[in-house]
Design a protein around this ligand. Structure first.
Ligand SMILES: Cc1ncc(COP(=O)(O)O)c(C=O)c1O
Length: 397
């Protein structure tokens, strides 16, 4: 027997047997990681082109983030939110500065932050805008992905995410993504919020949404959980068109790939609607989370991750675009973030990701024949070249 599967096989079997099958992972069992690379239990190395769905924007085990976590582990990891701790105020101040907003509300997972934004928007609708009780509506884009809670899947248009989980939470209207006229038509006096999806919007769409929201008295809430914090080459994807939403929803990379940290950031006239006891989370804003997130914000404030995402991302897109017509049918994205459509006549997305894995590159199919490439922002041009060379071989084979 070769060294292959000596330890991988049993680990895969165990996972298959003892976990709910809510994911369909590639048969790779990771034991260690550093920077843009992971090593499996059999010692094989892979370039990580998924990066924890962008939770690992700064790479695996970034030394500054690990140092911040270590230092905090030796001091205090959790307090009751009934008390303050010495990382809380500084974290909130740091994130307020990064987002340019007055206040933040820390949570843990992305879905919790989205739920928080929904609750805050509704409360703002009733208390500030004067929407009649129980009638607030939120407009979302079709094809959206904002998480997995029962309320969030209620406004999903993906049958896989939504089917069998009803009855659904009312109060949402779905409009076609990128269509300003449809958005304008969907807004009425009960509308409090528009939420952007994760595909790169047509040029002018986000500024148009901003204008519509301002002129119609509607909150513009941007879910930058995956697109934010450097991924697209800017601190926030909205920056690309100089658009400032009323509320940012952040998560994933905010926890530096170490702890789950999410947050909502907005000005006082919006987040100020919450009163003690109306919303909360045991772990939201805990000392370990705040210490790591402060180190994340410090990295972002150097501008270096954004610069790398821009420069290396341009190289990635140049190389990928050269494969359109040679096994790829389309390439989308911005910065170090690409959705690539494999020619379905060649293979499925799953097959492509398995073949890439065999060549030392980890990426994962999203839907059908689309693969998402989102390596850590510390990835080098040479590593991108190696990954695209592997993809080229897979497409040729
Ligand atoms: C845009 C967006 N919103 C929300 C979420 C949900 O985040 P979480 O999985 O941390 O709940 C995700 C996760 O992929 C996301 O990409």
């Amino acid at each position: 027997m070769t060294s292959i599967a000596n330890r991988t096989g049993p680990a895969v079997e165990e996972a298959e047997r003892y976990t709910a099958h809510n994911y369909h992972p590639l048969p790779v069992v990771i034991a260690e990681a550093e920077g843009a690379w992971v090593t499996d239990v059999d010692g094989r190395r892979y370039l990580d082109c998924l990066a924890g769905y962008s939770a690992l924007n700064f790479g695996h085990r970034h030394p500054d983030l690990i140092a911040a976590a270590r230092e905090q582990l030796d001091r205090v990891t959790l307090t009751s939110r009934a008390f303050l701790h010495d990382q809380f105020g500084p974290f909130c101040a740091d994130l307020a500065r990064l987002t340019g907003k007055d206040m933040v509300l820390p949570m843990n997972s992305g879905a919790e932050a989205v739920e928080t934004a929904i609750k805050v928007s509704r409360k703002w609708g009733y208390k500030v805008k004067g929407v009649p009780d129980g009638r607030a509506t939120i407009i979302v884009a079709d094809g959206n992905f904002h998480g997995r809670t029962t309320t969030i899947v209620s406004f999903s248009t993906d049958p896989e995410a939504r089917a069998d989980y009803g009855p659904y939470t009312p109060g949402f209207r779905v409009v076609p993504y990128g269509d300003l006229d449809a958005l304008a038509a969907a807004i009425d006096e009960t509308t409090i919020q528009g939420e952007a999806g994760v595909l790169v919007p047509p040029r002018g769409y986000l500024p148009g949404v901003r204008e519509l929201c301002t002129s119609r008295g509607v909150l513009f809430v941007a879910d930058e959980i995956q697109s934010g914090l450097g991924r697209t080459g800017a601190t926030f994807a909205c920056d690309d068109e100089a658009v400032v939403p009323d509320m940012y929803i952040l998560g994933k990379a905010l926890g530096g790939g170490i702890v789950p940290v999410s947050a909502v950031a907005a000005d006082r006239d919006i987040l100020g609607v919450l009163r003690p006891g109306e919303h909360g989370s045991t772990f939201g804003g805990n000392p370990l989370a705040c210490a790591v997130a402060r180190a994340v914000i410090a990295l972002l404030e150097t501008g270096e991750p954004q610069r790398r995402a821009r420069e290396v991302g341009e190289h990635l897109h140049r190389r990928l675009n050269a494969l359109v017509g040679h096994g790829l049918t389309a390439v989308r994205g911005r910065g170090l973030w690409a959705g690539i459509d494999i020619d379905p006549a060649l293979m499925t997305g799953r097959e492509a990701s398995e073949r890439l894995m065999a060549r030392g590159v980890l990426a994962k199919d999203t839907h059908g024949s689309t693969l998402r490439l989102a390596p850590p922002l510390v990835v080098t041009r040479e590593e991108i070249d190696a990954a695209v060379d592997a993809l080229t071989e897979v497409l040729k084979a």
